[in-house]
Each structure stands twice: as C-alpha cells, then as structure tokens.
Unconditional design. Structure first.
Length: 725
C-alpha cells in the first residue's frame, strides 16, 4: 500500500518589488502596487503589463515586472506565458536571480527536473544565501530520488537560516525516504516548533511514525492533520492505510473514497482502494480502481502490478501477464511485479519460468517472504521437495506468523512421507490462522492415514464449517464415513461435494462405492455411469460398474465389456483382472477366468478374491488339488472370503453357473483392494485422496511409484499427462 510521495511543501516563487517614481504619462503608482500584490492575479497581470509596455521604464524595473507577471501566469496555470515572461526578465537582466528560481519552479511542475536543477543552481550561484532556491533545489532532488543531495541542500539552507521551518520539513521528508525515521521525526518536530502545526507537516510526521511501526502515534498525527484541514486528502489516504493494516476494511475503503472525493486525481488512493477491493475478493472493482490509477499516473509500476494480481485472481492470465510485463518495463527493480508474474507462470504450471521470476524478486528484495513461499510451491510441484522445504523455511524465518508457509511446508513433508512433521506444520498453521480451512483438511488427511477416524472427522468438519463450499473436505469426510461403514453419511457428503462440483467424475464414483456397500447396485451403477460420462477414460469406474454387475450375475455381457474397457485403459490393474475373472466364472468360461485371476495374482500374490475365484474355477475343471490350495491361501488372506463368495451365489461346492444370491450387506468392490494388510493396494485410496488434495505433479508420480497397479493408478497417469501438457 502506498501513500502519495509529497513533502507537503510547495516550491516557492519569489516576487521582485518595484520601486522609484514612475513617469507621469507611463505606468502609474497604482500599476506598480497592482504588480507587487499577490492576492488578485488578474490585477497583477494588468499592472505588470502596464510597466513592461512602457518603453520609458528602466530595464531593471521591467525585468521585475516580467518576473512578477510570470508568477501570476503560473498561478493561473498558464506555464507557457510564465516561462516567456521569466525568459524576458532574464534577457533584460541576466544577473537577476529570482526569475531563475521561478522558472525552475515551472520546470519542476512540468517534470523537467534537470532544467529545474539548472535554473535553481544558477539562482544559488547568483545568490549563495538564497534559502528558497536551496530548498526548491532540494525538493527537486527528492523527486529525482537523489535524497543525499536533497539533504545537503536543506542542511545548507538551515545553516544559513536556522529558523527556516520549511527546510526542516523538507529535510525530514528526505530522511523519511531513506527510512531514517528518527531523524525525520526530529526535523518534523523542529518544524512544528518553528512554524506551528500544519496538516501537511503532521501528515508527514505521521508517515514517519508509521515507518517506525508506531501506528498509534501515526494515527494521532493523521487525525490532528484532518482536524486542521478536513479536506486534506493525503491524511485521509494515510489514515485509511492504518485502518487497513488493522483489518478494518470498511473504514479503509471509506477513507480512500473520501480522499478520492476530495482529489479525484489522487492516483495512489485509487491504487490503495484497489488493493482492499482485491483482498475482499471484489476483483472487478479492484480492476476498475487500478485502471483509473494507471490512467492518472501511467508510469507507476505498482498500479500495473496490482491490476495484474486482480486479473490473475479472475483467471485472466493473458491480461495479467501483460500487466506484470508493463509493471516490470516501468520499474525493472519491482520485486512486487516479478513475484506477480511468477504467480501467473505458476498458475500455468510453467514452473521453471515461475522460479526464475520468484528468484529475481528475492534478489531484488532478499527479505520478501512471499517470494520464498511462492518459489517453494513451484519447487514442490517439480518434485524438488528439499528445495521447497528450504524456501518455506526461509519464508517462515522472515515471517514467523506466515500460516500459509507452514501449511504448504506440511504438504511438502507429507509428500516426502514424513507425516509427523506434516502434522506439526498443519497444527501450527491452524494456531496462527484458526480460519484456515485448508490446514484443517490437510491435518484431517494425516489423521485419516493413521486411521484415527474421529479426529479426521473433526478436522474435516471444521474445514467445512469455515468453508461450506470446500469440495475436497466434503469428499474426504465422506471417505471417512465410508471407512467407518456409515454409508448414509458418506453418501450425504459425496452428494454435497457433487452439488459443489458436479463435473468431478471421482465424486460420482466414490458415491457409487457407498451405494454398493448398501446393496443398492442400481444406484451404484448409475453413479459409475455418470463418472464414465464425465470422464470416458476413467478405468476404475468401468471396473466398479463391471463388478456391480458381476456380483449380481446380471448383464454379464455388459459387465464383460466394462471390465475389458477398464483393462484397455489400465492394462496393469489387478482389480479389473479380478473383476473380469468373476464375470468369466459366472459365464462358466473357466479357462478365461483362471487366466485373469492368475494375471491378477502375478501382480498381487495375496489377493484373496482372485485366489478364491481361481480355486472355484479349478475345482469346476476337476483340479481338486490346485483348487483347494488356492482356497486355503484365500482364507489365510481373508478369513470371511467363503461367506463373501457365498453371497455371490458361488462356493467351492459349485453353485450353478450364473446363479446369484439376493443382495446383502455387500463387501467393498474390487476397486478398493483386498482388506488384507499384506495387499499392496491397501493404502492406495488414502494416498490418492492426499494426491488429489495436493494436486501437484510430484505427488501423482509418487502415487504411481507406490501403487503402480492399484485402482487409482490410471487416474494418476491421466493427471500426470494433463499436467505435463
């Protein structure tokens, strides 16, 4: 947030004084009086014109009249005529110091600082003790950001006239720009003592107190400035900055708006109001404010960068990129702009470009905590977790209360398999920001991985309370309810997640799993079908739809088609092989059943469903030794496997092919893997949920490495392909 950089001391012009007795038929004494006065500029112009038009007037007097008329033209906003008059005064009297000073004031107002410096310097050469010219030159050096030269001029003016309050005021401002707030305040105090309190002086002292993080004293100065001058726009703006820092955004908006009402050309107030609008998520209004700030002051980099941030938040990445590029063109040392452009690259998954921009922001501003945080995020997405953690460490070191840095470092630790450190970071993020719903969700994932269902439910529920539209928290809580066998609550959570995001195929698939567990195969098939409609390459959904038909013994040809499609999409899915094996068993295609079960067991040797199914098929083929051996191994892996197959209407004794028992409290479908702790797919679903929450390339690759043949491996491969594109 920025205030307008103004010292509050206007560049001073100096009038000459006309003297002597004027000719009777030329300019009159009244003309001379009019030319000398400064209250009525039209009257001054008329009087001075009479003098400069009188050829009998001495050149020195005419030079003074041109100088004074130039002051009047400048006061009326006619700078060209002012310059012309100052030039004529100097033609008549080249050693006349005042027109040099006054012409410098016009050049300064036009932004022609080098010309202004030249004129002030000549005025000082002619009159070395001219404190006005010294102060004016110092103020111009401030605008050129040459603060040491400015301080030297103000100090010389003070040496000449120790009671010259404006010089103390201006020097205080220069010290403030160098972040030497103690010296700034000392000079402001002296200026107050010498010249009394003015709104501008109190406003600037308030800024120095704010620079020392003493917002109470700063606020007192801004309030006093507004008591003296209720229409002092700068004080309204600066007081609003304190309201904003204290989280009182309503009063901040009101303050910026009042500053704009008083001074509709106050670009910094538009920019600051845009910052608040953006922090409130009102990005369209923010863009409007930044755009007006740019129209008023197109050279200010921060306005372009602020608009870039607002457009980035709206997903307008091309427009945001253009804004950040322009901000950098305007100010190649703007770490704020480099950081913003890095965020656009990050949103586009162009992490190498993002890291380059964040690194430049850090080079320019080594204490820029957010740039370290953002670079850490990109490193994590590139699977460079140690670098990510190092950057999050730096962000936390620079800003110990940086809750997002703790949360994201927790994600990096979890991706490295260190749930204890992840848990500690999530907890610290929550302590620092009790309203951070993401941290509650992420900590819930750790509780869930530890099978601490109640604590997981508590964290997911708090995440939902804080953010009722948080899709993943509803989904994750649904998963825990399903793991606890509370399928009605699981379905309720999945349904809410679907309401929030109806186009997420996995949500329909997961709800279908709970419908299956309740024995409602029709609704299960409907949900899996919707998942497939949304994502025709969703291998696990084809497998689950196949399994629902296989266990009921209905629509076996359709079931066979689904399983075959699942295997086409994911050829190494042991679950789909197992499901198709059951379909073949139902169809009494025993050799095909044995082949699929054997293929599944090659991938997961202890898979109870495949062992038992192959055992039944072998017994039917008359291979008693092989069949009984498979069934014995299946029972070792899952004690109730006989009862489960009996519910399907299948038993080693050989129920009629295709017969099915009435649906009962069904076991989990093959997509969830065997319940045996030896099953390498047992943790696949929990890990997949974590991967979906984190959503970065590195975690999906880690999922494939850990669970290459499990239910979600196809989804992980699809995610990897999409992210790489």
């Amino acid at each position: 947030m920025t205030g307008r950089p103004v010292a509050g001391v206007a560049a001073a012009v100096v009038a000459g004084v006309l003297f002597g007795v004027l000719p009777a038929h030329g300019a009159t004494q009244r003309d001379r009086d009019n030319c000398n006065q400064n209250s009525d500029q039209d009257r001054r112009i008329a009087g001075c014109t009479q003098i400069v038009s009188d050829p009998k007037e001495p050149s020195q007097q005419r030079a003074i009249a041109y100088n004074n008329r130039g002051i009047a033209w400048n006061a009326k906003g006619n700078r060209d005529r002012a310059i012309a008059d100052y030039n004529e005064a100097l033609r008549l009297n080249p050693k006349y110091a005042l027109p040099y000073n006054n012409r410098g004031v016009v050049h300064e107002a036009r932004g022609a600082y080098e010309l202004a410096i030249a004129d002030y310097s000549e005025a000082i050469r002619l009159r070395p003790k001219d404190v006005t010219a010294l102060r004016n030159r110092g103020d111009t050096y401030i605008k050129m950001k040459s603060y040491d030269r400015a301080i030297a001029d103000f100090s010389q003016a003070i040496k000449i006239d120790p009671k010259h309050g404006p010089a103390y005021h201006s020097r205080g401002y220069a010290f403030r720009q160098k972040n030497d707030n103690d010296r700034a305040i000392a000079d402001y105090d002296t200026a107050v003592r010498l010249g009394g309190k003015t709104a501008a002086l109190l406003n600037n002292r308030g800024n120095a107190w704010r620079g020392k993080n003493d917002n109470d004293r700063a606020l007192a100065d801004f309030e006093e400035a507004l008591r003296i001058d209720p229409n002092y726009a700068f004080a309204h703006n600066n007081r609003a900055l304190i309201f904003e820092e204290r989280g009182d955004l309503t009063r901040a908006i009101a303050g910026y708006s009042e500053a704009i009402r008083i001074d509709p050309k106050y670009a910094a107030a538009y920019r600051n109001r845009g910052d608040v609008q953006r922090s409130r998520g009102e990005h369209e209004r923010a863009v409007a404010d930044y755009s007006e700030a740019i129209r008023l002051e197109p050279a200010v980099s921060d306005s372009h960068a602020g608009r870039g941030h607002a457009r980035r938040a709206r997903g307008e990445y091309d427009a945001a990129m253009a804004d950040f590029n322009e901000a950098i063109r305007r100010d190649g040392k703007s770490s704020y702009a480099y950081n913003g452009r890095g965020l656009v690259h990050q949103a586009r998954r162009a992490h190498d470009l993002a890291i380059a921009d964040f690194s430049e922001a850090i080079r320019l501003s080594p204490s820029f905590a957010a740039a370290f945080h953002n670079r850490g995020y990109s490193y994590n997405d590139k699977n460079e977790r140690d670098r990510a953690i190092s950057d999050f460490d730096a962000a936390i070191r620079l800003s110990p209360n940086y809750a997002s840095a703790f949360n994201n470092r927790g994600i990096a630790w979890r991706a490295k398999g260190d749930d204890d450190r992840a848990f500690a970071d999530y907890s610290e993020a929550i302590r620092l920001d009790p309203k951070m719903s993401f941290a509650y969700n992420n900590r819930g994932l750790v509780h869930e991985a530890r099978r601490d269902w109640d604590k997981a439910l508590a964290d997911y529920s708090e995440a939902i309370r804080l953010n009722p539209g948080y899709r993943n928290a509803h989904r994750n809580r649904g998963d825990v309810h399903r793991a606890k066998g509370d399928h009605d609550r699981a379905i309720a959570d999945y349904s809410e997640a679907i309401r929030i995001d109806p186009k997420m195929a996995a949500l329909h698939h997961l709800r279908g799993l709970s419908w299956y567990q309740k024995g409602d195969h029709g609704r299960a098939i409907a949900d899996h079908s919707e998942a497939i409609r949304i994502d025709p390459k969703y291998a696990a959904a084809y497998n689950s739809r196949c399994w629902n038909r296989a266990v009921t013994g209905r629509d076996l040809d359709t079931a066979l088609s689904d399983c075959t499609e699942s295997l086409r999409l994911d050829p190494n899915s042991a679950n789909a092989m197992d499901s198709r094996g059951l379909v073949y068993l139902r169809l009494n295609r025993l050799d095909d059943a044995i082949a699929d079960y054997s293929a599944a067991l090659k991938l997961v040797p202890t898979k109870a469903h495949s062992l038992f199914g192959r055992g039944v098929a072998r017994l039917r083929k008359g291979d008693a030794a092989g069949g009984n051996a498979d069934i014995a191994e299946a029972v070792k892996a899952k004690a109730d496997i006989r009862e489960e197959f009996a519910r399907y209407g299948l038993s080693p004794a050989g129920a009629a092919p295709g017969a099915a028992a009435a649906p009962a409290a069904a076991p989990a479908p093959a997509t969830t893997g065997s319940a045996s702790p030896k099953d390498p797919c047992a943790g696949a679903e929990t890990h997949w949920k974590s991967a979906e929450t984190i959503g970065i390339l590195a975690v999906y690759e880690d999922h494939i490495a850990r669970f290459p043949t499990c239910a979600f491996s196809t989804l992980a491969r699809m995610k990897i392909q999409a992210l790489r594109k």
